[in-house]
Design a protein around this ligand. Structure first.
Ligand code: HAM
Length: 416
């Protein structure tokens, strides 16, 4: 019987890979402009890292982690996000001791046991960014600006950047108390998760997607009115720096994120055309997380894009195949000469392919569908005259050139 992939875990097929390369290359290009470098942590970590880092009261840790005991008896987990892993790596390798400002990105698969639907998978990929060691509101705004630049460079339409401030531990305490009192009367309309979280983590009730919870929080107090002086000034400065960076944004006082480590600035970027899972990126500041994970008292801010959601929004990107299809003859001596031609093309860094075991007619058909702009034909007559026929597959025209000049001619035809 055929064995199928696990639900919510997708293959990325050759027909789609050009889009993935486009997104990844664009991200690398934009991050380079802002001075970020890549770090690649492993996909498997000690489970404890995520308990401590993300918060054991979050959906991600409570319900969605792929956790198991390995052969040495250690509890390990497939990373549900990259932030905790990147920070673990930065702390472990003492990177902040070498340079107190770290600007890091990572690209790779994440794992969450969620109910799969369009735009939500159990293995998905993130483009993740962390910026450590700066407290300035301008560094928040520059980080958000980088996210916005990337989304724009990818050509995503209908972008909306929503921002909020979640304050610090102190001002959030006051807000939590008031919010709890507000929610007390609404408990009957809350879903079972929210009526439990109302007591432990009431902020999460604010972004529950269940309709009755949404109705219940209408008229709830806004955190902006509870910010302490330091957090209020920080939030205002973030907004004016965003304007200086020319990033359009809206304030959303209901925006709380699904992970517990955020303080002060948080944001989400949505795009048109995604349906209910419309967040392409989200992130925010975390002033205590590095210390919680055993590192120095240094703050950070970051975000992650969901790659699958970006891919869904991209038009077809045909794989770029700027090379030649070489048609082979059955005659051994002629074929040998074509094989030498193939090898010569690749040595000159020109992509080249041939199809073995196929008739001349079938090879010509394959050349037409190959996506290469040129096809090379080397038959008995060409071999005797030491020439090669170059067919321009788009223009359907052909020329014959001396073999000694073939490379130069192909280069000029591929360049145009
Ligand atoms: P997050 O909001 O959990 O944040 O995820 C970021 C993005 O990953 C989402 O906006 C979405 O595009 C994508 N995503 C999340 N879950 C799934 C899924 N099951 N299937 C497909 N795409 C998904 C974080 O993960 C934070 N670590 C971001 C961050 C970095 N904050 C600070 N630094």
């Amino acid at each position: 019987m055929e064995i199928k992939a696990i639900r919510g875990m997708n293959d990325i097929l050759p027909g789609d890979i050009a889009k993935w390369h486009f997104v990844e290359n664009t991200a690398r290009r934009i991050f380079h402009l802002y001075g970020f470098s890549e770090l690649r942590p492993p996909v498997l970590e000690r489970t404890e890292l995520f308990f401590r880092g993300i918060g054991d009261d979050t959906d991600v840790v409570e319900k969605q982690m792929y956790t198991f005991i390995d052969k040495s008896g250690t509890s390990v987990a497939l990373r549900p996000e990259a932030t905790a892993s990147v920070l673990r790596s930065v702390i472990e390798h003492g990177l902040l001791g070498m340079d107190p400002i770290q600007k890091i990105y990572s690209i790779g698969p994440m794992f969450r046991y969620e109910r799969p639907q369009k735009g939500r998978y159990r293995q998905f990929h993130q483009i993740n960014v962390e910026r450590l060691g700066e407290d300035s509101p301008s560094s928040d705004a520059e980080t958000l600006s980088m996210a916005y630049d990337l989304a724009s460079a990818l050509g995503l339409g209908g972008l909306r950047m929503e921002v909020n401030s979640l304050g610090c531990d102190e001002c959030r305490q006051e807000f939590k108390k008031t919010l709890m009192a507000f929610l007390q009367d609404k408990e009957k309309s809350l879903c079972s998760d929210c009526s439990r979280r109302m007591k432990t983590n009431p902020l999460r009730v604010l972004d529950c997607k269940v309709v009755s919870c949404r109705q219940a929080v209408e008229g709830a107090p806004a955190i902006e009115n509870f910010l302490c002086e330091g957090c209020r000034v920080h939030y205002e400065k973030v907004q004016s720096a965003l304007m200086a960076f020319d990033v359009p944004f809206e304030k959303n006082p209901r925006l709380v994120r699904g992970l517990d480590y955020y303080t002060r600035t948080t944001f989400e970027l949505t795009a048109e055309g995604l349906g209910s899972q419309n967040a392409v990126a989200g992130g925010g500041r975390y002033d205590n997380l590095i210390q919680t994970l055993g590192g120095p008292d240094v703050s950070g801010i970051g975000f992650a894009f969901g790659l699958e959601r970006i891919i869904m929004l991209l038009d077809q990107h045909a794989p770029e195949k700027n090379g030649c299809f070489v048609v082979l003859q059955e005659d051994e001596a002629v074929q040998k000469s074509s094989l030498e031609l193939l090898s010569m093309l690749r040595s000159a860094q020109i992509p080249a392919e041939a199809a073995f075991d196929k008739s001349f007619k079938a090879q010509m058909r394959k050349a037409g569908k190959s996506g290469y702009p040129l096809c090379l034909i080397l038959g008995q007559a060409e071999l005797e005259q030491s020439i090669v026929t170059i067919k321009d597959l788009q223009a359907s025209s052909q020329i014959q050139v001396p073999r000694a000049e073939v490379l130069q001619k192909i280069r000029s035809m591929l360049d145009k």
